[in-house]
Design a protein around this ligand. Structure first.
Ligand code: FAD
Length: 441
């Protein structure tokens, strides 16, 4: 008896619960990966991100005979079912908005073709539905810790039947990829083995040090098992574990508050009067805001398709609270560039940064001048990404409002703009908070 195994965000053979489950029940497995052009286009997945996925699939197919398609999921699945005469299709359950829709399509095709559809939970340490609905992260985290399930699995032996279906080499040339080597999926395991989790908290805030784990693409595409990531880090650094929980918190929010896919989590902050000025947006998207710290972040994102977390927060705060541009524009900008782009996590973080999301805090500001002074004290980060400014004194680069730089003029005056932003947020939030505090980090 045969079953199909459809790989999605679980591009690994070790501790892959879906594959383990399929192999327990079926002696013959047909492993499949689908490059769905609709998904690729929806994500504006551009070549580099696709190249990374291709490399991950390439690695996967070194360990297993993998059938690969470059066509719509529905058509590919139907083809495999009809040709293989499989009795079941196994895949992982999905908690992203698009992933759920895709699983519904697969389920329908299976039902039309008389094949059993089995979804297996994987990819999270805790099922998002297990924690009682929570709006505040710290409450979520406490309960989340009590549910962690670390059961690892082993795949039983199985046979992959030879079928006249395409393999990776048959479709590889058709994929619109663009060479990219800033990150390579092959490094995920090594990174996990060698990362100094103990130092995480001390070093994680400094973009120039570049010493966060950089595991996000590995986790996003399931190249490493999330249980393994937890086991490697647990007891070595609690803050790191908390970051893993943030990812799961956003999935928990997406599950219980699905409207947040498009709408602000905080009802009272729907309908903020964003300015959405085209010239400001243009300056931001091209990294010409005149604030070197902000522009360095934008350059890093565009060049490397990755961005340090502090810079993600600085950029998101700048776009929304300084330029007064709707967070959705920023979210789309990140879709276009982030290698680790994950719709649920991205939306959660953008809303959080714009002070419209879950885990609300009083109006939080990331002053780009103070941020540069505190987190890039030697301007190493700025100078790396804006080498044309490397000869200028660091103090000047950190504060373009005080020093006139031979560079783009600051697009706005930060201090003027935050006054305006505060006005715009008034009526949407109790501001300042009940103790009269505002937050400037
Ligand atoms: P580390 O600091 O080493 O953290 C370890 C892991 O914890 C990360 O790999 C990631 O899986 C998880 N994690 C860390 N911080 C967060 C967080 N704030 N929210 C959720 N999970 C987190 N992360 C994405 O994976 N995809 C996105 O699309 C994404 N968009 C973001 C947008 C904005 C505006 C902001 C502020 C953050 C966003 N993040 C996103 C979260 C975070 O910036 C990245 O996960 C992190 O920078 C990845 O680098 P790292 O692997 O070195 O992280």
């Amino acid at each position: 008896m045969r079953a199909i195994y459809l790989f999605k965000r679980d591009l690994r053979l070790e501790d892959n619960r879906g594959l383990c489950e399929a192999s327990k029940n079926y002696k013959e497995i047909i492993p499949v990966f689908i490059f769905d052009p609709q998904i690729i286009n929806q994500l504006k997945a551009q070549g580099k991100r696709l190249y990374y996925v291709l490399r991950a699939v390439e690695e996967l197919s070194k360990g297993i005979k993998l059938y690969c398609f470059y066509e719509r999921t529905e058509e590919a699945i139907r083809k495999v079912i009809r040709l293989s005469k499989a009795k079941a299709l196994y895949t992982t359950s999905s908690y992203s908005w698009e992933g759920r829709e895709r699983n519904e399509v697969i389920k329908r095709v299976c039902s039309e073709e008389g094949v059993k559809f089995v979804e297996v939970f994987d990819g999270f340490l805790v099922r998002p539905e297990l924690v009682e609905p929570k709006k505040v992260y710290t409450h979520f985290y406490k309960e989340w810790l009590t549910h962690i399930d670390l059961q690892q699995c082993n795949t039983e032996d199985f046979i992959v039947p030879e079928l006249p279906l395409p393999k990776l080499q048959d479709i590889r040339e058709k994929l619109p990829v663009e060479h990219y080597d800033t990150f390579d999926p092959q490094e995920c395991k090594k990174r996990l083995e060698s990362y100094q989790f103990e130092n995480y908290e001390k070093v994680r805030d400094y973009p120039a040090l570049d010493l966060t784990s950089k595991l996000s693409p590995c986790i996003r595409f399931g190249i490493v098992s999330i249980r393994e990531v937890f086991q490697k880090s647990y007891g070595r650094n609690e803050q790191f574990v908390k970051e893993l929980a943030w990812r799961e918190f956003w999935y928990h929010i997406a599950l219980h508050f699905p409207q947040t896919r498009d709408l602000e989590f905080q009802e009272k902050r729907r309908g903020i009067r964003w300015e959405n000025r085209e010239d400001y947006l243009k300056a931001f998207l091209s990294g010409k805001t005149g604030y070197p710290f902000v522009d360095a972040g934008i350059r890093q994102l565009i060049e490397e398709k990755w961005l340090h977390n502090r810079m993600r927060m600085v950029l998101a705060s700048f776009l929304t609270k300084v330029l007064l541009i709707d967070w959705r524009f920023g979210e789309v900008f990140f879709i276009e560039h982030l290698l680790d782009y994950d719709h649920v996590v991205n939306v959660g973080n953008w809303q959080w940064s714009a002070s419209v999301g879950a885990d609300p805090k009083p109006f939080r500001l990331f002053n780009p001048i103070l941020q540069a002074q505190k987190y890039d004290p030697e301007c190493t980060y700025i100078k790396k990404y804006l080498p044309e400014l490397a000869s200028l004194p660091c103090e000047w680069l950190q504060n373009p409002l005080k020093y006139k730089l031979p560079y783009y003029k600051p697009v706005v005056d930060y201090y003027e703009r935050i006054k305006l932003a505060k006005e715009r947020y008034i009526g949407h939030v109790p501001y300042p908070d009940s103790q009269g505090r505002t937050y400037e980090l």
